[in-house]
Design a protein around this ligand. Structure first.
Ligand code: TRP
Length: 333
């Protein structure tokens, strides 16, 4: 039987523990995709070095924590190929070859290049590696001949560049790669504790692996309806309450309707309401965290990564053979 499933590829930089924004913004989507497509999900550890080369930190710890989160929420190594970028050296070889055909001007006009250089303070990002970030990303994608790349809006320029580099390769050396498409998915708006977008760097995150105590404590600090300073003031949860975005995810529909009523009629105060939300969130996370505990075993994780590496390597090396032949290079693996 031949598979006609389209191939999906996506990656994340190893930032360590993931928060609820990652869960509902990215991982819930990956979970759906792994049922429908042939999926490759990988840890972009070399990409992390493009901005953190001076202080790489504990890369392996960050990889493991992130992987534990992926697996505990249901990214399934039986369904998707899960691996680490630096385990597959062919990404580096393809990056080098693509760098030969990529005009510097394409990279200089990449909006994220200029933006990050200006916005990230205290880091010298005028490096060759950082300029070439999208070239490496292109290699990550086309080495698996991916058709679809699920990403957030911030990554769209990189997929666009990938498409341009891919077309140039196909033009110069013969049709080798499908030109991949980005796949934008609608994600629920998930504010952090202070109402801004949930982000590790803002210190406003609830992590998938936070303990019930941490969650309850954090929840008590979460912003609600700022126009409702006292319980006696009627609230407007749907339009003004920051925490209500989480209620919608973790509280059952019938109860949710009651909460809305009781908030609007000033019967239910925010302290009590957030307590209920904290409990609901703890219940939601409890099976995930149990699974995480089970997986917190370096041998098990290594086994999963090894298996993923094996599968990815076969595809990547096969592609590189075609690439070397297409260009006319020697071909000894
Ligand atoms: N640049 C992506 C990010 O920061 C991570 C990434 C690297 C990626 N290679 C990729 C995403 C290939 C999709 C496909 O989120």
């Amino acid at each position: 039987m031949t598979t006609t499933k389209k191939r999906v590829l996506s990656g994340m930089r190893p930032t360590g523990k993931l928060h609820l924004g990652h869960l509902h913004g990215v991982l819930d989507n990956w979970k759906k995709l792994q049922e429908e497509y042939e999926c490759f999900f990988f840890v972009a550890d070399w990409h992390a070095l493009t901005t953190n080369y001076e202080k790489p930190g504990d890369i392996n710890y960050n990889i493991n924590e992130m992987l534990l989160d992926w697996l505990s929420v249901g990214i399934d190594p039986e369904k998707a190929t899960i691996f680490v970028q630096s385990d597959i050296k062919q990404h580096a070889e393809l990056h080098l070859l693509l760098s030969m055909i990529t005009p510097v001007s394409w990279l200089e006009r990449n909006p994220t290049y200029k933006e990050q250089q200006q916005n990230i303070e205290g880091k010298d990002l005028s490096t060759f590696g950082f300029l070439g970030y999208p070239v490496l990303q292109c290699a990550d994608i086309i080495i698996y001949k991916a058709n679809l790349v699920p990403v957030g809006v911030d990554q769209l320029p990189h997929v666009e560049l990938t498409r341009e580099i891919t077309r140039r390769f196909n033009y110069l050396y013969g049709d080798t790669f499908p030109v991949p498409e980005s796949m934008l998915t609608e994600t629920p708006k998930l504010p952090g504790l202070d109402g801004r977008k949930m982000s590790k760097s803002y210190g406003n995150s609830i992590f998938i692996s936070d303990t019930p105590e941490e969650i309850r404590k954090k929840m008590s600090t979460m912003v609600t309806d700022t126009m409702r300073p006292k319980k006696e003031d009627p609230g407007d949860p749907e339009n003004r309450c920051v925490a209500f975005n989480l209620h919608k995810l973790y509280i059952k529909k019938e109860r949710l309707n009651e909460i809305v009523e009781d908030c609007k009629s000033a019967k239910l105060g925010c302290v009590k309401c957030k307590k209920e939300l904290g409990d609901a969130l703890c219940n939601f996370l409890s099976p995930i965290q149990e699974k995480r505990k089970e997986l917190e075993n370096p041998e098990k994780l290594a086994e999963i990564l090894n298996k993923g590496r094996g599968k990815a390597l076969i595809v990547a090396e096969k592609t590189l053979k075609e690439v070397r032949n297409g260009i006319g290079l020697r071909n000894i693996a």
